[in-house]
Design a protein around this ligand. Structure first.
Ligand code: MN
Length: 242
């Protein structure tokens, strides 16, 4: 099972979540919202093979947590960058200039480092995110997390080479499900976005990624084991090529 976008450091007991992830043999991309959290989040992995990403969440772009200098140091040491991106919802729209500056910076730094696997947030800002990605083609492979753009924006993302990670919350809505049906099956991964993302009022855990597999099985009309095999192969391919 794969959870390619989870905030392990933000659960009440991060170490127990990380240990359970290892016990269950899950493959998890552990994303962070600030470079200040990277070292501590990396240490949760202990000897497990958690993938730990360095990020600057767009909701924090205007705060001192958006430490660009520290980001630049850490990006040299990891293959994974996230959570990064832009957020155009009313609460954060006022900071769109800071967001754009930070996003541009992390994309350029990722390109300088030779390209990275990027977990990208684009809520209410799909067009601007895709524009920035198209201007920073050497930043690496963008995995669009919880994509919520229009079908034509989805086509543009596919043209740009983007991948997609989809979770139970997104797949519980008809709109999310119909978008997923349009995504290329060879560029799809599962995620939970826990503990932020909830289902029926409860925060999701990495092992709830199986709920996304079940939904994909319904949407594709393919047996859940086949879906899982497909997602596993996708991750292998992403990690061997990016
Ligand atoms: Mn997230």
């Amino acid at each position: 099972m794969i959870d390619f976008h989870c905030h392990i450091d933000l659960y009440p007991d991060p170490q127990s979540v990380a240990d359970q992830v290892a016990r269950r043999g899950l493959k998890v991309l552990s994303v962070t919202t600030t470079p200040l959290a990277w070292e501590g989040t990396l240490s949760l992995a202990r000897n497990h093979d958690l993938m730990t990403a360095v990020g600057i969440h767009p909701e924090l772009a205007h705060t001192p947590n958006a430490n660009l200098q520290l980001f630049d140091e850490i990006v040299e040491r990891t293959r994974f960058v996230g959570e990064i991106g832009l957020d155009g919802t009313p609460r954060y729209k006022a900071y769109r200039l800071q967001q754009a500056e930070v996003f541009q910076h992390v994309l350029a730094a990722s390109a300088r480092a030779g390209g990275r696997i990027l977990s990208v947030h684009s809520r209410w800002a799909t067009g601007s995110v895709l524009e920035a990605l198209s201007q920073n083609k050497h930043a690496g492979v963008a995995v669009m997390h919880w994509f919520s753009g229009s079908p034509s924006e989805l086509s543009r993302a596919v043209e740009l080479g983007c991948w997609f990670s989809v979770g139970p919350s997104m797949l519980s809505s008809p709109r999310g499900s119909s978008l997923v049906a349009l995504m290329p099956r060879g560029r799809l991964l599962t995620e939970t976005d826990g503990p932020f993302a909830m289902l029926s009022g409860t925060a999701l855990f990495p092992w709830d990624a199986h709920l996304a597999v079940q939904r994909l099985s319904q949407i594709w009309g393919v047996d859940a084991h086949e879906v899982q095999k497909n997602i596993d192969l996708n991750l292998q391919r992403l990690l061997s090529t990016a």
